[in-house]
Design a protein around this ligand. Sequence first.
Ligand SMILES: [Zn+2]
Length: 122
Amino acid sequence: MKTKDYKHIYDCIRNAVSECYSGESLINKTARRAFTNLLIGTPEEKQDIIDTFDLECCRVCEVCGELMVEGYLLDSSTLCSDECAAKWYNFQFKNENITPEDFAKLMSDGDEDSEWYWTEWF
Ligand SMILES: [Zn+2]
């Protein structure tokens, strides 16, 4: 992710925290702890922070556990890249074995009403 994405995520967490807590120092401390867990926590810890504060600005990749501000939304699954999306696809459709390149092509050929698309969570 880019530096501006980190700043955006921190601001988003700080806003969410300030709705749950009062007092500048408690808000800052809680926001910093949540931000740190989002960056270096396990995928479960990251998801827990997103759920706890109802964050709209980021998601966790279901395959590799990376934090992301944009990525694929496939049904209700969130995936960060063609590589992770191809792994997800092959897992869902067990007889298939597509490559990341195949997946990218599949998406670019897809129809506009598809439930599968690339999006930003900003
Ligand atoms: Zn991923």
